[in-house]
Design a protein around this ligand. Structure first.
Ligand code: C5P
Length: 218
């Protein structure tokens, strides 16, 4: 396919969601939030009390997710779950089931389908390594664990949710360890990826850099 893809990968709270979203807006490209697919699968599994070691049942849920994305809202069988999938418990479950090969396989074709003209910004952990390995631009966004915990803390406080930096840091480290050390599609920079540490950068500074790389890549 000649439809351009910008693959943006990185750990939890690295700012990649914000950056990927703004880059897509600026270019008028489609946006794939691949983490949301793992979160939707997790939410469904939690609601149905599907055992988290039943790989086959979980893959079935993933394969038949009745989800749709419109105007920044995420629907699951017509229910608006945009906020529900952001709960910490859902994120933790998502990271557990994301280690199961059959679940990843079930979500593979769904993700490829987001590649539509005029272009796609794909946000996740394995966009540049597994899903779109031939993307003309790959970016790996990181930030120190402290910077990421601070960002997550601020997001929660802004939403009126109480939080503790220590708990958030523990949570981030546990999720990073799982994502980085899993046997399948581990979180690593893709070959040829631009690695960008955003610890001391605003989101807009990162967006401008990505747009500059994009202009040079096409
Ligand atoms: O990015 P987000 O925090 O929404 O993703 C939730 C979880 O889904 C991650 O912790 C990760 O384990 C998993 N994930 C993944 N591959 C992706 C996107 C997300 O394994 N492409």
């Amino acid at each position: 396919s000649t439809i351009p893809v910008i693959a943006i990968d990185g750990p939890t709270a690295s700012g990649k969601g914000t950056v990927a979203h703004r880059v897509a807006d600026r270019l008028g490209y489609h946006y794939l939030d691949s983490g949301a697919l793992y979160r939707l699968t997790a939410l469904t599994a939690l609601r149905r009390a599907t055992p988290l070691n039943d790989e086959h049942a979980l893959a079935k849920l993933a394969e038949h997710l009745p989800c749709s994305f419109a105007g920044g809202e995420i629907l699951l069988a017509n229910e608006n779950v945009t906020d529900a999938i952001r709960a910490e418990a859902v994120g933790n479950t998502a990271s557990q089931i994301a280690a199961l090969p059959a679940v990843r396989q079930a979500l593979f074709a769904l993700q490829l389908g987001f590649r539509k003209a005029p272009g796609l910004v794909a946000d996740g952990r394995d966009m540049g390594t597994v899903i779109f390995p031939h993307a003309p631009l790959k970016v790996f966004l990181t930030a120190s664990a402290d910077a990421r915990a601070q960002r997550r803390y601020k997001q929660l406080i802004d939403k009126g949710i109480s939080a503790s930096i220590e708990d958030l840091l523990m949570d981030l480290n546990a999720r990073d360890a799982r994502d980085t050390h899993r046997a399948i599609a581990p979180l690593v920079p893709a070959e040829g990826a631009h690695v960008l540490d955003t610890s001391n950068m605003t989101a807009d500074e990162a967006v401008d850099l990505v747009l500059k790389w994009h202009a040079a890549a096409v």
